[in-house]
Design a binder for this molecule. Structure first.
Ligand code: NAP
Ligand code: MG
Length: 479
């Protein structure tokens, strides 16, 4: 059985407690690896290691040198796409082709932030003669990162690379359901010559060690991705030491389809955005808002495409893999049951291959509708392959429905009318608006993050670096 370990000061270690957690392959339910079930002592060691690294050498390392390490890690990832994809698929259950994309994106994050490390500029501010005022962006010092199980490779890489580029040392707590790819990337970092105390990783249960990480006095800023409920707990713990946070908390993102749109190009994008990673994507397009005038035409083709979707193990590499865990499967089934209780019609569903293991966590993708706007199926994040169709009769109504949830992460707008595109872009309360396209979470270079309960702060692109630095103002008097 494979064995993951904590990484503290460059040493791969078991937890002081010697407890372990078994990792499960979602495709067949097998226990195939173990990781440490860490405790507060391990968090303390990791935070102290990162703090020392920052004080002793990392804060004095030139920005372009930091970038060079990141570039080397990116090369290592690019040389190991298949190996990383295999690990990610075994750990998360996602089809191999998707894990390969995730590995390529992981390499891009390191490449992007390698180039960005020496381009984090301040400003000179004109004030009065004899006064020189300027700002510089300084690293927080030590950043703590709580990474979810849905995209460990991508999310681990984006937060890891950006924070090191900004000049911080880091402590990472990956999700216990899927963390092996994050450990592998850390190993690449060590092989690339990154000073070993700069990156520290502690595995374990979020409930048990998360609070220690969030309130630890050696950690200056917390980056969290996960549910709004846990995000709120993270903020409360961080507040005990008055530290800042970045919160990425999911969504209930709409596709808004108008009758004048190019249906053929819209359909595959809309379909992919709900089945990618079995719907376990914060920016999944989980609501299909559709103009009454085009509803019948759209659905007649879309239902056919949806019904052909095939679900199988990660190795079978079909349209969709299993969900991450039994817990997540039960959560999604509870939403199926709610839609039955509400008598919402099932318009289409896919098929699970007969060759899958009975012990895997498989569910069928489902298209339901019309869904009443006040139903939980129209408002709650399901985090599964569950698409709610909601018709609308005019633009104003479409905007009102789109904005009618607690979330505000992303939205897709499908129309050829340029003025309408801009009206929608301005009216939608969310962090990203895609017009006649939709990228789950957008690209490496594009700022990403939410409004309302989808969180605050931005990741990705140059904007993400702002969160990982603090602005210092320097005012110099001269004669
Ligand atoms: P979650 O409970 O919010 O967990 C996210 C991360 O927080 C994990 O690393 C988790 O660790 C950690 N955590 C749990 N309790 C903590 C605490 N008290 N203090 C600090 N960290 C803590 O999410 P989940 O259970 O994995 O999934 C539940 C729902 O959250 C999903 O159905 C979905 O709606 C949402 N979600 C959203 C995203 C997103 O990308 N926005 C990602 C994941 C989940 P452990 O895993 O080790 O417990
Ligand atoms: Mg797993």
């Amino acid at each position: 059985m494979e064995k993951g370990q904590n990484l503290i000061s460059g040493n791969w270690l078991n937890s002081k407690s010697e407890d372990i957690i078994h990792l499960t392959n979602p495709s067949d339910g097998d226990n195939f690896a173990s990781i440490p079930r860490s405790d507060a002592n391990d968090i303390d060691l990791a935070a102290k290691s990162a703090r020392q690294a920052f004080e002793k050498h990392w804060s004095k390392t030139p920005a372009f040198e930091r970038g060079k390490y990141l570039q080397k890690i990116s090369y290592k990832i690019n040389e190991s796409i298949d190996e990383l994809a295999f690990i990610e698929s075994k750990d998360t259950g996602k089809p191999l082709k998707q894990s390969k994309v995730d590995a390529q994106v992981a390499a891009r994050y390191f490449e992007f932030y390698a180039g960005a490390a020496d381009k984090i500029h301040g400003e000179v501010i004109p004030s009065q003669y004899g006064i020189n005022s300027f700002t510089k962006r300084e690293p927080h010092g030590v950043t703590g990162h709580i990474i979810p199980w849905n995209y460990p490779l991508q999310m681990g890489s984006r937060t890891f690379a950006a924070s090191l580029a900004a000049g911080n040392c880091i402590v990472i707590k990956p999700a216990e359901e899927a963390c092996l790819s994050v450990l592998k990337i850390a190993n690449f970092a060590l092989e690339s010559g990154l000073p070993p105390d700069v990156i520290n990783i502690v595995t374990g249960y979020g409930e048990e060690i998360g609070p220690y990480l969030c309130k630890h006095s050696d950690i200056d800023h917390v980056c969290f991705t996960g549910s709004p409920e846990v995000g709120s707990i993270v903020q409360q713990n961080a507040a005990l030491n008055n530290k800042s946070c970045t919160m990425e908390l999911g969504g209930k993102s709409p596709h808004i389809v108008f009758s004048d749109c190019d249906l053929e190009s819209a359909m595959p994008v809309i379909l992919n955005s709900i089945i990618q990673n079995s719907g376990q994507t914060c920016s999944a397009g989980s609501r299909l808002l559709i103009d009454e005038n085009v509803k019948e035409k759209f659905l007649s083709i879309f239902i056919d495409k949806f019904s052909k979707l095939m679900v199988g193990s990660a190795e079978m590499d079909l349209d969709m893999g299993p969900l991450i865990s039994e817990t997540q499967k039960n959560r999604v089934i509870s939403f199926y049951n709610k839609s039955k209780d509400e008598n919402i019609p099932i318009l289409a569903s896919g098929s699970i291959s007969k060759n899958v293991s009975k012990n895997g966590y498989y569910v069928n993708p489902v298209l339901i509708g019309p869904v009443p706007v006040d139903s939980v199926l129209a408002k709650d994040e399901i985090f599964g392959p569950y698409l709610s169709m909601i018709p609308f009769s005019n633009e104003e109504e479409a905007i009102s429905i789109a904005n009618g949830t607690d979330y505000g992460l992303t939205a897709g707008v499908w129309t050829k009318d340029g003025s309408r595109q801009m009206r929608l872009a301005n009216s939608l309360k969310c962090g990203q608006v895609f017009i006649n396209c939709y990228g789950a979470g957008g690209g490496v270079e594009i700022p990403f993050g939410g409004m309302k309960k989808s969180g605050f702060g931005r990741e990705k692109g140059m904007e993400g670096l702002k969160e990982l630095t603090v602005c210092k103002t320097i005012v110099q008097k001269f004669n």
